[in-house]
Design a protein around this ligand. Structure first.
Ligand SMILES: C[S@@+](CC[C@H](N)C(=O)[O-])C[C@H]1O[C@@H](n2cnc3c(N)ncnc32)[C@H](O)[C@@H]1O
Length: 267
């Protein structure tokens, strides 16, 4: 599962959030805002992807601070390291590594963040325990999960999924569908002051082609890559038909994603 996730994100690194529709960008900035980084702080951003949370964190901690980004996918790490260099963010250090057991000095961070990552962890409580140990006493955690997926998007992915030869292993989004499920994991490992906030984001596509390409630019790629070659066009046609349900009065296609932002503190 881990190798499969790394492969999918590695192959999507070049197009991740680069195709036009805004999705991870605003969601990552919102996570960074809730994490409330202060100048000079040391931050660990797990599953940093293309840096949509990491870059705003780095800007906030400034050159006296430090942000370590860790991701399983080498393509994500290379692209984000490049981007940080181009922006002159010398406080950023991006490495290939496993968020489930980050290889960092215990107690060495003021803040740990993980945007849309906990559901990839084979044992989420064990991972959360490792995140707690990376923090100094009093250090903060800020993570995001999906509170709800757009019903039109969910239906669309079911329509496409019906063309797959067999069921695929999927990230376990459903484990964290409720705020209580996130609280339970964080409580279990000893986090305190667990709080949640829910924000709905609109994502607009210029048309079916852009939406289809976008699905392949992130974790949805796992589904598209598994379509048998001789079924791709049928799957695409069925998907385009399903997309019509998301048509807005002004002719665009839009989905609405409810994101949960959770903050907590190490005692
Ligand atoms: C949905 S993306 C989110 C990226 C970024 N945090 C954001 O908000 O845009 C999930 C990221 O987690 C990474 N990932 C998944 N499992 C991981 C693991 N065990 N260790 C480190 N990174 C992981 C993926 O490679 C991918 O870049």
């Amino acid at each position: 599962m881990k190798a499969a996730v790394a492969g999918v994100f590695d192959r999507s690194a070049d197009t991740y959030e680069q195709l036009g529709p805004e999705y991870f960008g605003p969601m990552g900035r919102a996570l960074a805002a809730r994490a409330a980084p202060r100048p000079g702080e040391r931050v660990l951003d797990l599953g940093c992807g293309r840096g949509h949370c990491l870059v705003p964190l780095a800007e906030a901690v400034g050159p006296q601070g430090r942000v370590v980004g860790i991701d399983l996918a080498p393509g994500m790490v290379a692209a984000t390291a490049d981007d940080a260099r181009r922006r002159g963010l010398s406080q950023v250090d991006v490495r290939v590594g496993d968020a489930a057991e980050p290889a960092v000095e215990p107690g060495s961070f003021d803040l740990v963040t993980a945007g849309f990552v906990i559901f990839f962890m084979p044992d989420p409580a064990a991972a959360a325990g490792a995140w707690l140990r990376a923090l100094r006493p009093g250090g903060r955690l800020a993570i995001s999960t999906f509170n709800g997926q757009d019903p039109n998007y969910e239906h669309l992915m079911k329509v496409v999924g019906a063309f797959l030869p067999q069921q695929q292993d999927r990230p376990r989004f459903e484990l964290f569908r409720t705020a209580e499920s996130v609280t339970a994991v964080l409580d279990e490992v000893g986090f305190q002051d667990v709080e949640h906030e829910h924000v709905t984001f609109e994502t607009r596509f210029t048309g079916p082609d852009q939406w289809w390409e976008w699905i392949g630019s992130h974790g949805g790629r796992a589904t598209l890559e598994r379509l048998p070659e001789d079924r791709v066009e049928d799957a695409r046609a069925a998907a385009y038909e399903a997309m019509e349900a998301a048509r807005t009065p002004d002719g665009a296609l839009a989905i609405y994603t409810e994101v949960r932002y959770t903050t907590a503190r190490r005692p």
